[in-house]
Design a protein around this ligand. Structure first.
Ligand SMILES: C[S@@+](CC[C@H](N)C(=O)[O-])C[C@H]1O[C@@H](n2cnc3c(N)ncnc32)[C@H](O)[C@@H]1O
Length: 276
């Protein structure tokens, strides 16, 4: 990516390549890259297994976040899934699930089964506990995968929705692309990804504390293009405190969304749109 960016200590980089070279070393230098991932997980291992912990001290944004996600998800289920999801056995994957906050407050109400993936064992244990008394025989958390996204290949054709929120910043660009390419084959027909992430105003911001990168909207779009994914819908998350990064939701599909005959202005951004 030919975009400039900064790190959390104010250091400037002329390009993403320059930043990645410093963060994970030259291509083929697996030692530094392994250390990058190890440091990211170690950071989260030192965080309390609570809503406030996984939200970086902003536990009070949970309600706004879940409400925003629910509005986005509901429309997508209706538009994309057979019968609008009615009378279907729906399955979701919650990636980088932390303590199961999103599954507990949202996904388990819409999906018959939810699988959780989380590399930090203490978070996944908390998720198991938090979800033990939630749901029912027909709405339940099924699998708990204790593995990082870059090492995960989901089961083939299992999921209607793969939800990726506030965790993909831990992956390098190549591992980001590689993960979505593997995961594409795990979606059922009509299935889709939701990526909900912080946005940098421009370029990127490297967080040296938790070993993650916050990407800009153009940066995400370029990576989605490299994944061969199509942008079906996007929506900005509203109601978050001003001092936080803006947050955007992306719905992504493997198939090309049908052309919409426009009756409104071309400047509307939340319409089906192929990534350019
Ligand atoms: C900000 S928390 C968000 C948790 C959850 N998605 C939520 O919104 O409540 C970031 C999560 O990403 C997880 N994570 C860190 N590195 C990861 C990786 N390589 N693959 C998947 N998840 C990772 C952390 O352990 C942590 O649970």
């Amino acid at each position: 990516m030919e975009v400039s960016g900064v790190d959390s200590e104010g250091k400037e980089f002329n390009s993403a390549q320059e930043m990645w070279r410093e963060a994970i070393g030259e291509e083929g230098d697996e030692t530094k890259k392994t250390q990058w991932y190890r440091d990211g997980v170690s950071y989260w291992e030192g965080v309390e297994a609570s809503v406030d912990g996984v939200l970086g001290g902003y536990g009070h944004v949970n309600d706004a976040d879940i409400t925003g996600s629910e509005v986005f998800l509901k429309t997508l289920i209706q538009e994309r899934l057979v019968n609008g999801g009615a009378n279907q056995h729906l399955v979701a994957l919650d990636c980088g699930s932390g303590i199961g906050r999103i599954t507990k407050n949202l996904l388990i109400r819409y999906f018959n089964e939810v699988d959780l993936l989380e590399p930090v064992a203490q978070f996944l244990d908390a998720a198991r506990e938090n979800l033990a008394s939630i749901g029912s025989e027909t709405h339940k958390a099924t699998n708990f995968f204790c593995v990082p996204l870059q090492e995960f290949t989901p089961p083939a054709q299992r999921y209607d929705v793969i939800w990726v929120q506030w965790c993909i910043g831990h992956l390098t660009d190549d591992d980001f692309v590689s993960f979505f390419n593997r995961a594409k084959g795990c979606l059922k027909p009509g299935g889709f990804f939701v990526v909900k992430e912080n946005l940098a105003k421009k370029g990127f911001v490297l967080d040296k504390e938790d070993r993650s990168i916050t990407r800009s909207n153009p940066y995400f779009k370029e990576l989605f293009r490299r994944c061969g994914l199509h942008l079906y819908q996007t929506k900005d998350q509203k109601g978050l405190p001003q001092e936080l990064f803006a947050v955007k939701m992306y719905a992504l599909t493997v198939d090309i969304p049908p052309k919409v005959h426009k009756t409104r202005s071309k400047t509307r951004s939340n319409r089906p749109q192929i990534i350019k």
